[in-house]
Design a binder for this molecule. Sequence first.
Ligand code: NCD
Length: 290
Amino acid sequence: MGKNLLKLSDLSTDEIVSIIDRAEMFCQGTDIPNFSDKIACNMFFEPSTRTQYSFNVAELRLGMRVVSFNPGASSLNKNESIYDTVKTFDSFGPDAIVIRHTQNEYYNELLGHINAALLNGGDGTGNHPTQSLLDLMTIKQEFGSFKGLKCVIAGDISHSRVAHTNYEVMRRLGMEVVTAGPDEFLEKTLDREDFDRAVETSDIVMMLRVQHERHAETMNMTVEQYHKAYGLTVEREKRMKDRAIIMHPAPVNRDVELADCLMECPRSRIFKQMSNGVFIRMAALERAVK
Ligand code: NCD
């Protein structure tokens, strides 16, 4: 049976580094395995562009055959549970199942009942292991290592599985991580810093999307007010350190958390993150099915 990838806190730092190294080899076009005898199922119960389709491309680059679940045209509409739906796909005998679901730790009820390797494409506000791995790969390409780097994660922290996953793993790798944003978006247990100070002292400014779909009520301010107070504006970008980079897991609300013109500016690694996502997902799939 292959290896699950559910949350990064299950992995040692050596395992994390070896997945990134493998992804780097795939990025160079080296030693790409042929898994044409393997089948992957992608089960995205929640909307996804980057994670879903880069997993799909990664599977194709490894020669895998792929079945994609369409929740809108499934028996979920007949009230079938996530457990029964995933168990159904597993009974078809795939080698790997990639899942995204709105429920935190949806995978706990599946463990021990599924034969395929499970790869988590995001659970609620909990974990997003392949996103963090692609973020780390992007940081390693830029700075060579992790220790001593400072990252500010800014914006909608409390709803963000990306923030939660990165905060833990980056600290474990010896980085300084602080959070910034409006009080109602931050968490008491995470270190915070004034956003302007953090922008001027960080090597990585990681902006997060305001997750309107997860807010029970709409924000207490206009998008213009949000941009001015907590967004990476053109003016703030000028005060970043010389070699500092901008990251964002995307989708981006342009001119809300990030000024429109910064999306593809020289400091931005946003599309690089997306390209790296394919190689990281190839490495995660290899680990899962080999
Ligand atoms: C993020 C997600 O869905 O967790 N996007 C992604 O996977 N690249 C972040 C978001 O939706 O804002």
